[in-house]
Design a protein around this ligand. Structure first.
Ligand SMILES: *[C@@H]1O[C@H](CO)[C@@H](O)[C@H](O)[C@H]1NC(C)=O
Ligand SMILES: *[C@@H]1O[C@H](CO)[C@@H](O)[C@H](O)[C@H]1NC(C)=O
Ligand SMILES: *[C@@H]1O[C@H](CO)[C@@H](O)[C@H](O)[C@H]1NC(C)=O
Ligand SMILES: *[C@@H]1O[C@H](CO)[C@@H](O)[C@H](O)[C@H]1NC(C)=O
Ligand SMILES: *[C@@H]1O[C@H](CO)[C@@H](O)[C@H](O)[C@H]1NC(C)=O
Ligand SMILES: *[C@@H]1O[C@H](CO)[C@@H](O)[C@H](O)[C@H]1NC(C)=O
Length: 661
């Protein structure tokens, strides 16, 4: 302070005194073991909300509910891939308008703990890293690999100036900024990388801002995760020994505030595993212990929201997360108040004043009922509409990255080189189907290959028969050393003893086609008369589009309202409503049964259009061909199968599931 005093007194003559007196500041007080806000000891009680998982129209509602619970801060991640989908093309508009989100936080009275990555984990595709980084095949992500750093520097050159003008000391809500994310859990342990990030953040944000790291509450994690000059914090959940956990933080930071950056209010889900539930009593008990020792805490998640579209990630061994990111958090996926919310509020009340006034109510839900769906065409029949860039001929298969496609589906076509009169194994010997392949021979469904789960099927067919393989990217691994998770057919397929070759690969622009209305009923409607026959439903059909529409009824006040869509007797696929990619449904595996549909997607002045891509089999040839909008979510359905697909020639159903659990 001393060298500046002279200058300051000169400035005081010209600046209004109030500007000087209220110059906001946020720092660490190592002598009192706390944060200082504007010079006063300060403790935050924060909650995680990912703006990327909540439609922007609902940001204010969710933030207000967080404020009313007694929180004084929120914590959020920035998913790089969400903002730089193509190298050099940055998107901060609409649901990606981070600065608008920050302004709402400030207006409501919530401080912000910022986690800009570049890696975030977050059960987000590839932990937030854009898959185009894999253009360099052997890139070492999250390290000082020069190509990785060059991309990071460019991205941070866009992001950090936005954060800088929203820092607390610059009049904004951001009090602290995290560097990387649980880096101590990553194998690379590259201190030069962490040093590079630290310097980069300092260069853009200045020396005043509090930078921090977060790691598991164990000395082993803090070894590679923390760095001199960046404040080390820990994360741990209910049931942990709070004393032991903070002892681990003290090992890295002998003085300064105690901070749990991720206190788990619930837990994440995977397809094929039981829905995670964490009892309120356990959350409340440990939260109380944390607050009792005067620690700062962030509740992860306070509202989980929805991983719309293709944005979900996956854990290893390959296990993708469902569309709902409800997390069993105190506010549900749809922002509803739960008993956990009120119980947490009671705990917070013991430690600080909570705002008075009326709580914003849960948003009303409406059951619009059943909607008749019509079969359009299969993906293969729609190729002229779906493949904007046209096919690429290649001897051996190309990955999504090689085809410049980030998400969704690609079609691989070839022909049977020989006749397979007897059932012949079509295999992925190196487990190279990333992640699920829907195979048909001459337009007839022949089976499904699935990463780690089904590496071979038997097929029959004549030499020259067309083989169509639609490969689904089910979400890129977001944690651990396998985040270089290439998609598509990443290794050769074999037929009998021979490697299959001579492929035609189609990049598919399904989302663009749906958005432009190219897949409307008029362009591709196939008469259903042949569908309503008496033969039993095929257990498996080639991936096929369906469309339906509904009108929101007149005379009911306050419509449209939020709703949930479910797929009775459908199997697995993707759904768009009025062109918006709502996400993946997979009721045949569970546990998620309904998908959250926020009201702003619906129109009261036009018919609402539903597009479904069903990958396995729809109920449409045998029974009611409907999807249904209900007012009640079901994300804890019974898990029906996690297992192998087995073709049985004696089984009338053709496909049977072996339940592994
Ligand atoms: C919690 O950890 C502390 C410090 O390691 C230890 O002294 C204490 O016995 C532990 N408490 C329980 C209940 O295990
Ligand atoms: C393929 O057929 C062979 C011979 O009929 C059989 O032994 C094998 O189990 C079948 N494989 C699969 C994956 O169905
Ligand atoms: C496919 O096999 C060929 C011939 O063995 C090999 O050269 C090529 O690298 C393989 N490609 C993939 C993607 O596995
Ligand atoms: C690809 O096609 C060529 C020409 O028809 C043929 O000679 C070759 O064996 C095929 N390669 C593979 C791997 O199928
Ligand atoms: C649904 O599709 C119809 C026909 O293409 C179109 O007129 C209508 O505007 C669409 N509805 C919405 C909400 O976009
Ligand atoms: C799912 O949750 C609901 C509401 O909390 C509960 O009533 C139901 O028993 C749960 N079902 C399963 C299968 O756990």
């Amino acid at each position: 302070m001393a060298p500046g005093v002279g200058l300051m007194s000169v400035l005081l003559l010209t600046l209004p005194l109030v500007t000087f007196a209220t110059k906001p500041s946020f720092s660490i007080d190592y002598s009192q073991n706390c944060f200082l806000k504007d010079g006063e000891p300060f403790r935050y009680i924060s909650g995680s909300i990912h703006y990327s998982r909540i439609p922007s129209v609902y940001w204010k509602d969710r933030l207000l509910k967080m404020y009313m619970a007694g929180l004084n801060a929120i914590q959020t991640y920035v998913p790089w891939s969400f903002h730089e989908p193509v190298p050099g093309q940055f998107d901060f508009s609409g649901d990606r308008d981070l600065e608008h989100f920050l302004q709402l936080c400030r207006d409501i009275g919530l401080l912000v703990i910022m986690r800009p990555g570049p890696y975030i984990c977050a059960e987000w595709d590839m932990g937030g890293l854009p898959s185009w980084l894999l253009k360099k095949k052997d890139i070492l992500l999250r390290s000082s690999d020069p190509d990785y750093l060059a991309a990071v520097d460019k991205w941070m050159g866009q992001l950090l100036p936005i954060l800088n003008r929203n820092l607390y000391q610059n009049g904004g809500p951001i009090i602290t900024v995290q560097v990387e994310n649980e880096y101590g859990s990553y194998f690379a342990c590259d201190y030069n990388y962490m040093r590079h990030l630290s310097q980069l953040f300092r260069a853009h944000l200045g020396n005043e801002v509090v930078l921090f790291t977060t790691d598991g509450a164990g000395v082993g994690y803090l070894k590679c995760g923390s760095l001199q000059g960046i404040y080390a914090t820990v994360d741990f959940g209910p049931g942990s020994n709070v004393t032991a956990a903070f002892k681990a933080q003290r090992h890295a930071e002998p003085r300064g505030p105690l901070v749990n950056s991720e206190f788990y209010t619930g837990w994440l889900d995977h397809w094929g595993e039981k829905h995670s539930v964490v009892p309120t009593a356990a959350v409340v008990k440990t939260l109380n212990e944390i607050l009792e020792v005067g620690a700062n805490v962030n509740l992860y998640m306070f509202i989980g929201g929805t991983t719309f579209g293709y944005w979900n990630g996956a854990n290893t061994p390959y296990s993708p997360q469902p569309t709902s990111y409800d997390f069993d958090a105190p506010l549900t996926e749809a922002g509803d108040l739960t008993e956990k919310y009120f119980a947490i509020r009671e705990v917070i009340k013991m430690y600080k004043e909570i705002p008075g006034g009326v709580l914003p109510p849960s948003t009303p839900k409406f059951a619009y009922g059943q909607v008749q769906m019509k079969k359009l065409k299969t993906v293969s029949e729609f190729l002229d509409i779906l493949s904007f860039s046209g096919p690429v001929k290649t001897l051996y298969p190309l990955t999504f990255t090689e085809m410049n496609q980030a998400f969704g589906f690609m079609l691989y076509q070839t022909v049977l080189p020989v006749s397979c009169l007897k059932p012949t194994p079509l295999s992925s010997p190196l487990n190279g189907v990333h992640d699920r392949a829907y195979i048909s021979i001459d337009g007839i469904a022949a089976g499904i290959l699935e990463r780690n789960k089904a590496l071979t099927i038997n097929i029959t067919g004549k030499a020259g028969s067309r083989v169509d393989i639609l490969v689904e990217n089910m979400g890129t691994i977001n944690y651990g050393r396998e985040i270089n998770d290439f998609k598509g057919l990443v290794f050769n397929l074999t037929l009998g003893a021979d490697v299959l070759g001579n492929w035609t690969v189609y990049s598919l622009s399904i989302d663009e086609a749906v958005h432009k209305g190219l897949l409307s009923a008029s362009s591709g409607f196939i008469s259903t008369s042949s569908s309503f026959n008496t033969s039993p439903p095929p257990a498996l059909s080639p991936p096929t589009f369906y469309a339906g529409s509904f009108i929101i009824p007149d005379g009911i006040p306050d419509l449209p309202q939020d709703t949930y869509i479910q797929f009775p007797n459908w199997r697995k696929g993707q759904v768009w409503i009025n062109g918006f990619n709502v996400g993946r449904y997979w009721p045949s595996r569970g546990p998620q049964i309904t998908l959250f549909v926020p009201a702003h997607l619906l129109s009261i002045s036009a018919q609402n259009n539903i597009t479904v891509l069903e990958l396995e089999a729809s109920p449409c040839s045998s029974g009611p061909c409907t999807v249904e909008f209900t007012d009640t979510p079901v994300i804890n359905g019974t898990v029906k199968s996690t297992g192998h697909y087995k073709k049985s020639s004696t089984d009338k159903t053709f496909w049977s599931r072996t339940i592994l659990e």
